[in-house]
Write a protein that binds this ligand. Structure first.
Ligand SMILES: *Cc1c(COP(=O)(O)O)cnc(C)c1O
Length: 412
């Protein structure tokens, strides 16, 4: 497998066979099962190469040209490149590429704009809000006064009327739009209008759709939000990490909120890998990929609906699908277990307005592997068979092995 830089030359296997075995085992798992977890993807060998590079050795607290350490000339250039590529890709005035993760990016956005105790309006956790949108188990719920809006029980779409009412009565300092489970586009113009009306900041947590935005397959929050938080490892297909985009007037506050307020030294190997990913995302090939991700998700959602699953909102605009398997006589957690046994890996999620759990899946990773609409139809049929208990699990596992064998994520 010469294409996996970390395994090149067999260094790891010779020095530490125990860890090498785990790495190879994980590679085999990723290559022989279907990665349907909505937040996952396969990074390119070039991204993996940057991650496995000596930039991992470098300390670089601060920002290019103003570091607290010497010897930063190359990592400074790498960070400037990542920032320039991100601002060009998303049409933003400023980008911070140091946030260690999506959650760190959200923490930094709050730190830049809010004080502890401030009221924040965000999608409630049972409707698809992220942990950082006010969970009592997270800093957000502990340090801020979160008010949750919901989704309409019928349509499954964000309840705009409720957002408007809560904004007017609770006068939040910030409104957060963005979700871990929303399959539809977010109406950023609507959120901007409400934020302006009540004098609130608008924070878009675009961790999921930012890769579709990069590829021109989803509307951009950049023209509307004061601060956009995102991950770089979901549909965007870069290294695990976070980033923030904002206008120049908030640039210094956002940068200081990342370092020194919430983080220490930046991870320069990851910053360089982000630069590689932004470069890839700027190509026509990535635009075609992003549109294929959505076409595949629409096809898969339609297939799942045809198999009898109750697909939330009746379909999707993005890479993400949520569905209730209950009509097939199986509840969400059991469904996830059965599918996993057959080699189809995905998440459970909350189903709004019920106590039941549903399934959450996405097409980012399988589309990177080269699968198209034909394969989506096959996968939907397999779901139906496995969930109805018609298919022998070992047989379904073989079907999955055959399918993934034809689309290796790391050929060679
Ligand atoms: C994935 C996600 C995050 C967090 O990203 P991590 O890198 O796991 O910290 C934050 N917000 C939303 C909406 C997400 O989907």
């Amino acid at each position: 497998m010469p294409v996996i830089p970390a395994l090149q030359g067999d260094v790891l296997r010779r020095q530490d066979p125990e860890v090498a075995e785990l790495l190879l085992g994980e590679l085999a798992r990723q290559s022989t099962t279907l990665q349907l977890t909505a937040a996952e993807n396969f990074t390119s060998p070039a991204v993996l190469a940057a991650l496995g590079s000596p930039l991992a050795n470098k300390y670089a607290e601060g920002y290019p040209g103003g570091r607290h350490h010497g010897g930063c000339e190359f990592v400074d250039a790498a960070e400037r490149l990542a920032v320039r590529r991100a601002t060009e890709l998303f049409g933003a005035e400023h980008a911070n590429v140091q946030a260690h993760s999506g959650s760190s990016a959200v923490l930094a956005a709050y730190a830049a704009l809010l004080r502890p105790g401030d009221t924040v309006l965000a999608l409630g956790l049972s409707y698809g809000g992220h942990l950082t949108h006010g969970s009592p188990a997270n800093f957000s719920g502990r340090w801020f006064d979160f008010v949750g809006y919901g989704v309409d029980a019928e349509s499954g779409l964000v309840d705009h009327a409720q957002v408007r009412t809560l904004a007017r009565t609770r006068r939040p300092k910030a409104i957060v739009c963005g979700s871990i489970a929303c399959p539809r586009h977010i109406d950023y113009a609507f959120f901007r209008e409400i934020a302006d009306e009540v004098g609130a900041y608008l924070i878009a947590d675009a961790a999921h759709p930012i890769g579709l935005v990069a590829g021109g397959a989803a509307p951009s929050p950049v023209p509307y939000a004061d601060v956009v938080c995102a991950t770089t490892h979901k549909v965007l297909r870069g290294p695990r990490g976070g980033m923030l985009l904002c206008g120049s007037e908030l640039a210094e506050r956002v940068d200081r909120a990342v370092f020194p307020f919430t983080q220490g030294g930046a991870q320069m190997h990851t910053v360089a890998a982000k630069a590689v990913a932004f470069g890839e995302a700027a190509t026509p090939a990535f635009g075609a990929y992003a549109h294929q991700v959505v076409a595949n998700a629409r096809m898969l959602a339609a297939g799942l609906a045809a198999e009898g699953l109750a697909v939330t909102t009746g379909g999707t605009d993005t890479h993400l699908i949520t569905a209730d398997p209950a009509p097939l006589g199986v509840e969400g957690r059991a469904a996830r277990g059965r599918l996993a046994a057959a080699g189809m890996v995905l998440d459970c999620c909350a189903l709004p307005h019920t106590d039941a759990r549903g399934l959450r899946l996405g097409t980012a990773a399988i589309t990177t592997q080269g699968m198209g609409q034909e394969e989506m139809a096959l996968i939907a049929v397999l779901f139906g068979k496995v969930l109805r208990g018609e298919a022998d699990v070992a047989r379904a596992r073989e079907d999955v092995r055959e399918l993934t064998g034809a689309f290796p994520p790391y050929p060679g």
